[in-house]
Design a protein around this ligand. Structure first.
Ligand SMILES: [Zn+2]
Length: 1052
């Protein structure tokens, strides 16, 4: 049988070309080439520490029906791919994941991975436990979570991350640039998300890469080279190479069909040239990876090996395996001058109607919980140090870990799915339980050390009241029979003496309070309202699964004072002698007094209300002589629901209001005022779902507003976003100031951006900014400041007015879309939910998406359930305001801001007769009794590390020029901070304590900037610390970090 000619031809062709398909060694050893366009291929994965799945589900690859993502696969396969070729590189970011993986590896593999790190094939960048958000975390939390990751990397790998990699967070803060960037010793910072208008201009001007000076006070001494990606953090189109990605692979086997080497090289060169056209110098970076990629790393590395090989063979451009550190060094040696950027990158919009300003407030209860636990963690670490750290007993490690993860850009932001939000809260709660035990035993130890020289296992059991915010505190709700009293230890985590009003639920009015010296002190009883009791009962049942066993009648209020880093003791007992008593508050009701005006406040500050209108009308301070009109009200925005021409909806990320609706106070509900010697309270029921208590303390000159909001009604079919407004007569000229992560204040101007001509599309959402500490405004005479107890969104949209968004709630409804035959059919339809109709048919409902389409795929609709009955979440929180003569507001904002962050910590026990009083220390301070920290300095960390050394951070609280007295160089006598301990050595480090400060400074890159250097005012920084004198100086906004060794010289 003869073979047809055409077949013979094919066979011979096949025979000839098979010689081409042999093994090729790709040359990937290329470094940078001067004079050519260098394309730095940076292989990376972006692994969210929780979002659609929990952190552990992402790690192990569970719940893959939500998203096929498994981080252990990423790490397993990347490491093997790096072993396979020494030229390959990879960066890894999220230490929460890396540490999970590391714990499970064999010693042999660990040794080999350490070699990869040492050789620069595997580089840790950013290096915190997570890639924290930049709008909603407090700077202390950002420092803590970064330190936790950095110290692990130092300990295991002896490495110091060089680069900040905040690629996904939704806008970027000044504090990130200078504090979590330059002060960490980072050489550069990279990210993707900035306002779309800003990006367009920067692409035009070639100003995507800048030198960023985030702090006015620290200026060029705290600057960082910053690169913004031209589009996003994924590769250019056509170069995404995971298994399921659609980019064409490089087909270089001539024996197979579709050989495409030249085509792919041309694509590569074209994409590189396009990027080079918007970038200064001949170095560009390609971020080769995106979310949860590299689960099968070989697909990426194989393609990149080929690209580097063939592109460099082609020779028009130069491609190389790189990292952001190598890229930064390459940029540096070009000696280019870079434009200077100041302030920050908020707010972020990715579209004309898509301002990512909703997440500043989303999940306000969780944000409140994170902030409350952050303050608690600071205090708990101090007490852990004072007792002596133990790895075996209770410690703060679990709380540290939970809080670190909670700073992730889909955690404290409130932009995760509900089950993930629950997971974060559970972790914090478990961490708190551990820390609570530690705090209790540490305080008991310190108190008992009156009779012993060293703290062993304390006898006393001290209880705490984490639900005191809803007036639930079993230790204070006890029956004070004669001879039995309640002992209250009040611990002050601040470095200066303070006095604050404490309010505790009590069941009897026969109660008196004595201080540490046995003197009876003034007290006031305020009736607990039914509204408070209802809230208390519902949430205690929801959180603890039980109902409170007693019903307290009053809140007992008194002024407690405590020494710095120490405690004092108060004894609460039933009234012993006829002369002792608690003052019952007098009550005033507006009912029947409609023409009244009423003035409240027992001290310098008074507020006036017009009773008929149920309105606050006037604010006056007899000391500062501020006297001004004022009004306070609520407003809600209807949420845009995803219909209409531009269907962008309001959601967890995005704030897109569809009309503003002032909330009218219901006039039939009377205004109730309680007055007494300690404080006055004004109770207002604004409507069925908003109430508030306004408090004025006799000894303080600010107003405290405690709001209770929810469940937000949705019966009109519209999601709602609730804001509080305070309106004054200030002429602020469209200018206000909002803080950056609780630290520097940044000037904001309505409808204006300093970096580009703003096109205003969203006049409300586009003027919202993140608030962590506070917001203020000023005119030529006065300044008006508002402080917050958690992160919220805020703005000033009208002259003299400050607005805070407090709660957000959206609708999730289901629209019938038809029958389907079986469950499987229906599940193939995207976004459907099922209701079983009968055995055969299922009703398929499409979830009516009021989600904002940024990926979370779930409506922000938080509920609380008691016995399977769920209602919308009620939020309780506080804000504080004050009006000062111009130039005097900073003192209040800074010192009270510190008190809000670090409240007095209360611990309770009971005593019979005087057994506690007689055998325990009643006051204690870790500091020299004659010493306080200066008014402008806070101790932001005091922590015993696992090697027995102690981490100390001191922070100057003022910016330069912020206060006429306190914006000056401050001095701290470190010896006086630690009574009974001798400092044996002290080393100043960078912010995350992974390198000595001197080493960091020696390595610092000195970037050239465009324009004049001379317009910067003089930066003040503290000088070196003399090891004998141990005096630490701090300039405005400076934070200094020390690792200290101690010798205990005597027990107190
Ligand atoms: Zn992310």
């Amino acid at each position: 049988m003869s073979i047809p000619l055409f077949l013979l031809f094919i066979f011979s062709h096949y025979y000839l070309t098979t010689t081409e398909s042999k093994y090729i060694a790709y040359n990937t050893s290329q470094g940078t080439v001067p004079g050519k366009l260098n394309i730095h291929l940076v292989p990376h994965t972006h692994d969210d520490v929780g979002w659609l799945k929990t952190v552990d589900q992402y790690y192990v690859g569970a719940n893959n029906s939500i998203r096929g993502a498994c981080v252990q696969n990423v790490l397993d396969s990347v490491i093997q791919a790096l072993f396979a070729d020494k030229n390959r590189k990879f960066i890894y970011v999220e230490q929460a994941f890396f540490q999970r993986w590391w714990r499970q590896q064999s010693e042999t593999l660990k040794i080999r991975v350490k070699e990869l790190v040492k050789a620069g094939q595997l580089e840790f960048i950013n290096g915190g436990m997570c890639m924290h958000d930049e709008a909603t975390p407090h700077y202390i939390d950002m420092i803590d979570q970064t330190t936790l990751g950095h110290r692990f990397i130092k300990k295991e790998f002896d490495q110091v991350p060089r680069v900040g990699w905040q690629i996904d967070p939704f806008g970027h803060s000044a504090v990130q640039a200078y504090l979590l960037g330059a002060e960490l010793g980072f050489d550069a910072l990279f990210f993707a998300r900035i306002d779309y208008q800003d990006r367009a201009k920067r692409l035009d001007d070639k100003t995507l890469e800048v030198v960023w000076r985030g702090s006015k006070s620290l200026g060029s001494t705290s600057q960082i080279f910053t690169g913004i990606f031209p589009r996003h953090y994924d590769p250019p189109d056509g170069f995404v190479f995971d298994i399921n990605d659609v980019s064409p692979p490089i087909q270089d086997d001539m024996s197979l069909f579709d050989y495409n080497v030249q085509e792919r090289v041309d694509d590569f060169v074209a994409a590189a040239v396009a990027q080079a056209n918007v970038t200064r110098t001949n170095h560009i970076m390609w971020t080769m990876g995106t979310d949860f990629r590299y689960q099968y790393a070989n697909t990426w590395f194989k393609e990149m090996d080929k690209l580097i090989h063939y592109v460099n063979k082609d020779g028009r451009v130069n491609a190389l395996y790189s990292t952001p550190s190598i890229y930064t060094d390459a940029k540096y040696v070009t000696n280019e001058s870079w434009p200077v950027k100041t302030d920050d990158f908020f707010p972020y919009a990715d579209h004309p109607n898509a301002y990512w300003t909703g997440y500043f407030t989303s999940r306000p209860a969780f944000k409140g919980y994170v902030r409350m636990m952050s303050g608690y963690y600071l205090a708990a670490r101090q007490l852990e140090f004072l007792k002596g750290r133990s790895n075996l007993g209770h410690n703060t490690d679990a709380l540290a870990d939970a809080l670190a993860i909670a700073q992730h850009h889909d955690a404290v932001t409130g932009t995760q799915r509900q089950h993930v939000a629950n997971d974060y809260a559970k972790r914090i709660s478990m961490g708190y339980d551990e820390a609570e035990e530690l705090v209790a035993s540490s305080l008991a130890c310190l108190a008992e050390s009156a009779s012993k020289t060293k703290c062993g296992n304390p006898v006393a059991k001290l209880d705490q009241c984490p639900l005191l915010n809803i007036s639930y505190c079993p230790p204070s709700e006890i029956n004070l029979s004669p001879g039995k009293s309640m002992v209250l230890l009040v611990y002050n985590p601040l470095g200066w003496k303070r006095a604050d009003v404490i309010r505790l639920p009590v069941i009897s009015e026969s109660v008196s309070v004595h201080d540490s010296r046995g003197r009876e002190i003034e007290t006031q009883l305020i009736p607990i309202t039914n509204a408070s009791l209802n809230l208390r009962n519902k949430y205690v049942k929801a959180y603890l699964g039980k109902s409170p066993s007693v019903t307290p009648k009053y809140l007992l209020a008194f002024v407690a004072s405590a020494p710095p880093l120490g405690f004092s003791t108060y004894i609460i007992s039933s009234v012993k002698s006829p002369g002792s008593f608690s003052t019952l508050s007098t009550m005033y009701s507006s009912l029947g007094n409609e023409n009244d005006t009423i003035e409240v406040g027992q001290g310098n500050l008074k507020l006036t209300y017009a009773v008929g209108a149920r309105k606050l009308t006037r604010y006056s301070n007899s000391r500062s002589l501020v006297n001004t009109d004022i009004n306070q009200s609520y407003i809600f925005y209807s949420a845009k629901d995803g219909s209409g021409v531009d269907p962008q909806a309001s959601g967890a990320y995005i704030f897109r209001p569809n009309g503003a609706h002032p909330i009218k106070t219901e006039e039939q509900v009377p205004l109730i005022v309680y007055r007494g010697p300690i404080l006055d309270e004004v109770h207002e029921q604004i409507n069925t779902w908003i109430s508030q208590i306004t408090r004025i303390y006799k000894g303080k000159e600010h107003v405290e507003v405690e709001f209770t909001v929810g469940p937000i009604p949705l019966d009109d079919g519209s999601g709602k976003e609730l804001a509080a407004q305070i309106t004054t007569s200030l002429k602020n000229n469209k200018t206000f100031y909002s803080d950056s992560n609780g630290r520097d204040f940044i000037k904001r101007i309505l409808d204006y951006r300093p970096d580009w001509e703003l096109q205003v599309n969203q006049p409300v959402a586009g003027n919202y900014y993140p608030i962590n500490l506070g917001i203020y405004m000023e005119d030529d005479k006065t300044e008006f400041s508002v402080l917050v107890d958690r992160s919220v969104g805020g703005s000033s949209l009208e002259e003299g007015q400050i607005e805070l968004m407090l709660h957000r709630f959206f609708l999730s409804s289901f629209v019938f879309i038809g029958f389907c035959h079986d469950r499987l059919d229906s599940e193939l339809m995207d976004h459907t939910s099922l209701l079983i109709y009968d055995e055969v048919f299922f009703l398929s409902y499409r979830r009516f998406e009021h989600d904002d389409s940024r990926g979370v795929g779930e409506v922000l609709n938080e509920t609380v359930c008691v016995l399977n009955k769920c209602t919308g979440l009620t939020i309780q929180g506080k804000f504080y305001f004050r009006i000062d003569p111009l130039g005097e507001g900073a003192k209040w904002r800074r010192s009270v801001g510190q008190e809000i962050y670090s409240p007095l910590l209360l611990a309770f026990t009971e005593q019979d007769r005087d057994n506690w009083t007689n055998s325990n220390l009643l006051t204690y301070s870790c500091m020299d009794p004659s010493y306080n920290l200066p008014d402008n300095v806070a101790m932001v960390t005091l922590q015993e590390l696992d090697d027995g050394k102690v981490l100390l951070r001191l922070a100057h609280l003022y910016e330069s020029g912020e206060d006429k007295d306190l914006s000056s160089l401050a001095s701290v006598e470190v010896k006086k901070l630690f009574l009974g301990r001798k400092i044996t050595n002290i080393i100043e480090t960078n912010l995350s304590a992974n390198q000595e400060k001197l080493a960091m400074e020696r390595k610092k890159l000195h970037w050239k900037v465009a324009g004049s250097e001379n317009n910067e005012s003089q930066v003040v920084r503290g000088g070196p610390v003399d090891p004998e004198k141990l005096v630490v100086e701090l300039g405005p906004m400076e934070i200094r970090t020390f690792v200290i060794g101690f010798e205990i010289i005597f027990a107190q």
